[in-house]
Every structure is written in structure tokens, then in C-alpha cells.
Design a binder for this molecule. Structure first.
Ligand code: ADP
Length: 355
């Protein structure tokens, strides 16, 4: 619909064209008089002079416009346009008092649309998140309450049972603490998402620090952490605590889920070419690996390949979501390569600091 204008008023056409949301003007027969760029992008079959119904194809949307044309002041509806990707729009149809009632082809109503698809998806995610977090907290809490009742009642005075139950209660309380800590980390990472960190951080030193603190516990589980620190400092603009958290989470996962391979290799290297100057940190394990279908979903909150196993091993299901948020904040990216039976390799790539 290039070159369409509202009759007599080119300035109005320019103003409507400049709006970010779809705006369509229709005449008294609900045929299109003008459609701005966003509306043509959303509904490519919009044509000047042809009925709006041809392009929208949604009876409820067309009905709303006709109601506005019949004089109902403002009509608001929401409808979903089916397609390769379904999109939900909020539509408002509003009659226009026309200066020349005799002009049958002039604009008689204005239709504005707002794409609500992303907002609805976000809302669903928020609801899901709260349901998941409550469920994850409620399970250990129910177990704690059960044991407290037992200790107050049937197990009162049974020293052996008390000791056993207190150990279980401690484990459940620690699980709740891990979950609350991870929820706080996630919310902090989200809060800072748009503020790029500025400290100079040597990623090699960060990895060495985690290797120092994790090597012994890993060894106890039969896993050797292998890391050769590069000679030169590999510096990025970063937040040291957050980067420690990234490395810790990835190493913890490699030991927890890939530990059966007996070793975990850590590498840090600089990737420098004409187009890019980046630092890559990789954690490779030789465990069971991950099926391809799960790979794109690993960074979703509370997503676990095997829920029961993950929980039993002490995972909260939030580790990789936190990693992804922190990496994004550093302007970097996270990639996972894995084939079942061949272990998994998690790579974090962050822009290097050159000055
Ligand atoms: P959790 O806190 O449960 O470990 P994460 O977000 O860190 O949650 O990881 C999500 C899921 O990804 C885990 O539950 C596990 O199933 C899978 N996963 C992560 N790292 C590995 C790995 N190195 N090998 C196999 N599976 C892994």
C-alpha cells in the first residue's frame, strides 16, 4: 500500500505512519482508506479500497469495527490471529465525526491495534514461575513439618530416631536455603540486566579460584578437575562475584550430572580475529550427556532433564537460568554441546577488554 494518504490531510497520514502500533482508517463500508506501516507489516493483505474483513479475517474484529461505524462510541476487543505463530491483538475501533457526511469514501472510523502476544506470554511465565517456586518450597517445608510433629509425638524420647530425623530436617532446610539463595541471585541478575558491569576481571583467576575451592569436594566424588591456567591475564569488563557464580554453577553441574566420567576439563582462552576479540571459558565433562531435545530448554527456570534425579542431587533447577542472565549482562553468550553418551560441554564467551 505504498503511497496511500488520507484524502486532504497529508500531515495526518504522516503522523499515523510515524506511530509504532498498527493504525487503520476505514470508510463507512468498512473498506480501508489508510493503513500505516506497522499495520501493513502485521496484516500484509491490507489494501486501500478493499474491505478490512479481507485482511483481518477475524469475524469478531470486523464486527467490532462495524459496531463503531454504526455509532457505538468506542469498541474494545481482544482477538487472536491464527498463523504460523498465533498473535493476540487488542483492537480499538472508534468512530470519527466526518467533516463531510456526503463523502462516502472518506475515513469514518479509526482502528488501532496493539500486539499483546509478548505481554501475555510474559504474564503466563510469571504465573508459572510463582507456581513452580511455591511448589519447590512447599515440598521440603511439608517434610520439615511432618518430622517436627513426629519429634513432638511418636518419636519423643527416642534419641536414635531424633538424630536420624534431625539429619533429614537439616538436609531439607538446606534445600530450602539453596532455593531461596538462587531465587535472590536470579532476581538480582534480572535487576541489573541492563547495567553492563565495568570492573576489570581476569577470568583465568576466577576459574582458578573455583577450582581451588571445588577440587577437594569433586575428588571425594571421584571427579578430577583439570585446569591449566593460561599465562597471560584474560581480562573482561565484568562483575567478579557474578562470574564466580557462573563458573561455580557450571563446574557444580559438570560434577553433579557428568561426574560419572571421572574428570572435568576447564579451559579459558582468548579468541582473537579481525572481527572479534573474546574470552571463552569452557567446562567439559565425560558423563551421560544430554539429549538434543532438552538443549534449548536447559536455561528455563526450573527446567530439569530428569526432575527427580536433579532434586535428589541437590539442584534447584535455577542454576543455568542464573548463568544465562549473568552472561547476557556481560554482553556474552552461552552455548551447550552434547551428545548422549559423550558428555557435555558448556561454553561461555564474553567480549575481551582490550585497553
Ligand atoms: P539444577 O540446579 O537442577 O542443576 P540447572 O539449571 O543448573 O539446574 O540445570 C538444569 C538441568 O540441566 C539439570 O537438572 C540437569 O538435568 C541438566 N544438566 C545441567 N548440566 C548438565 C551436565 N553437565 N550433564 C548433564 N545434564 C546436565
Amino acid at each position: 500500500m505504498n503511497g496511500t494518504t488520507v484524502p486532504d490531510n497529508d500531515l495526518l497520514a504522516q503522523a499515523l505512519e510515524a506511530l509504532p502500533d498498527p493504525v487503520i482508517l476505514v470508510d463507512r463500508r468498512a473498506s480501508v482508506v489508510f493503513a500505516n506501516g506497522p499495520s501493513r507489516a502485521a496484516f500484509p493483505s491490507l489494501r486501500q479500497g478493499s474491505p478490512l474483513a479481507f485482511a483481518l479475517r477475524m469475524p469478531e474484529a470486523v464486527d467490532a469495527v462495524e459496531r463503531a461505524l454504526r455509532g457505538e462510541a468506542v469498541v474494545d476487543i481482544e482477538f487472536t490471529a491464527r498463523g504460523a505463530v498465533d498473535r493476540t491483538f487488542a483492537l480499538r475501533a472508534c468512530p470519527l465525526g466526518t467533516a463531510r457526511p456526503a463523502d462516502r469514501s472518506g475515513p469514518a472510523a479509526i482502528v488501532t491495534l496493539r500486539d499483546r502476544t509478548a505481554a501475555i506470554k510474559l504474564e503466563a511465565m510469571r504465573v508459572d514461575f510463582i507456581a513452580n517456586a511455591s511448589h519447590e518450597l512447599r515440598t521440603p517445608l511439608a517434610s520439615l513439618l511432618g518430622f517436627i510433629e513426629t519429634l513432638q509425638g511418636p518419636a519423643k524420647g527416642d534419641a536414635a530416631a531424633q538424630e536420624r530425623f534431625l539429619a533429614i530436617m537439616l538436609a531439607q532446610a538446606e534445600r530450602m536455603k539453596r532455593l531461596v539463595d538462587d531465587l535472590l541471585s536470579l532476581s538480582r541478575a534480572e535487576l541489573n540486566a541492563h547495567r553492563r558491569p565495568t570492573d576489570r576481571v581476569d577470568i583465568g583467576t576466577v576459574v582458578a579460584q573455583i577450582v581451588d575451592s571445588s577440587a577437594r569436594p569433586a575428588e571425594k566424588r571421584g571427579v578430577a578437575l583439570r585446569f591449566d591456567k593460561a599465562g597471560e591475564p584474560l581480562v573482561c569488563a565484568g562483575d567478579r562475584d557474578e562470574l564466580l557464580r557462573v563458573v561455580e554453577n557450571l563446574v557444580e553441574n559438570a560434577v553433579r550430572y557428568g561426574g560419572s566420567g571421572g574428570a572435568v576439563d576447564l579451559t579459558v582462552r582468548r579468541i582473537r580475529s579481525a572481527e572479534r576479540d573474546e574470552i571463552e571459558f569452557a567446562v567439559k565433562d565425560y558423563g551421560p550427556g544430554i539429549e538434543a531435545e532438552h538443549l534449548p530448554r536447559l536455561t528455563e527456570r526450573f527446567y530439569r532433564v530428569d526432575g527427580a534425579v536433579g532434586r535428589e542431587k541437590g539442584g534447584t533447577g535455577l542454576g543455568l537460568a542464573i548463568v544465562k542472565h549473568i552472561v547476557n549482562r556481560h554482553g556474552g553468550r552461552l552455548a551447550v554441546e552434547s551428545r548422549p553418551g559423550e558428555g557435555a560441554c558448556f561454553r561461555v564467551v564474553i567480549p575481551a577488554l582490550t585497553t
